[in-house]
Design a protein around this ligand. Sequence first.
Ligand code: HEC
Ligand code: HEC
Length: 274
Amino acid sequence: MAFLASVFAFAAGHKGAAAAQQSAPAASAPSKSAGAASGDPARGKSLFEQNCSSCHGVDATGGEGPDLHGVPASLGDEAVVNIIKHGIRGTAMPMFFDLSDKEAADIIAFLRSFDASATAGTVKGDPKAGKALYESSGCSACHMIEGQGGSVGPELTRIGAMRGPTSLEDRLIDPGANLPQNGTGFYSSKWTEYLMFRAVEKNGHVIEGMRVGEDSFVIVLKDGSGKFHALWRPDLRSLAQEPGKSLMPSFKSALSPAQMDDLVAYLMTLKGAQ
Ligand code: HEC
Ligand code: HEC
């Protein structure tokens, strides 16, 4: 059945996109140097508020996207201009092709106004204690770090480079409330990953799982044991999204606030291969 093969190819392609994330940022031809020295930090601040703060936080300390303090200094202004204009392929970092070089320089000037050392203060916990908690809490049954662990949830090898600490804590407390959005660099092609669906077959059999692929005729769900189900839509009695649901349990009551800080501090050390 050709359509199923194509759905699986799609699902596999989607996984491939996630793997390609590792090679981010997208290495396109470097754009002409924006010369942050010429940027206007006040204009940069308002451009940042309009375009970036929803993901990186108003003060650029991170949220859905990473902390950006010290980033122009470590990556270089040209690389940051390139990321702003082209996005990071396979991640939620969109491209801003409508921002001019001057506007990108203004944003960089704003980011350079922060002292990179201020970043360290945003993570309170002890990463060593956090690593022990990670190991004793069953996280690796569902998550992979550097090739070790399960694949029900997203790989965490680079999670500290992808998110800010508050957003990680939110996700441990209330999984499913804020599902990771992945895209190809365009707002329009965003895809909510791990969105849960409940399908009821004509014979009454219920399948619950995360959507990993779909087209007009077929939806592919992955259940809590990691098993894939390709379901032919016309054969289903019902199919419903379950927004806010996740296969991940909440760790709100399992961990004390101090343990939560430790675990987040550990996750923030996971930055992948340098
Ligand atoms: C829709 C959410 C979103 C918006 C809006 C957004 N970003 Fe991002 N950004 C991300 C995510 C997620 C990453 C991490 C991608 C990865 O490496 O997996 C990121 C990464 C980056 C990086 C790379 C950081 C590093 O250390 O490698 C820079 C620089 C950056 N963003 C700047 C910006 C700027 C400037 C804006 C506004 C013009 C912006 N972003 C808007 C989500 C966003
Ligand atoms: C039963 C499987 C399961 C267990 C156990 C589990 N998770 Fe998850 N986790 C998931 C799934 C599925 C998602 C994606 C959906 C969501 O965000 O709710 C997820 C999402 C996450 C995210 C958000 C990833 C992102 O891209 O922002 C983090 C961080 C995380 N888990 C960390 C942990 C930690 C730390 C533990 C142990 C304390 C843990 N998880 C235990 C299944 C699990």
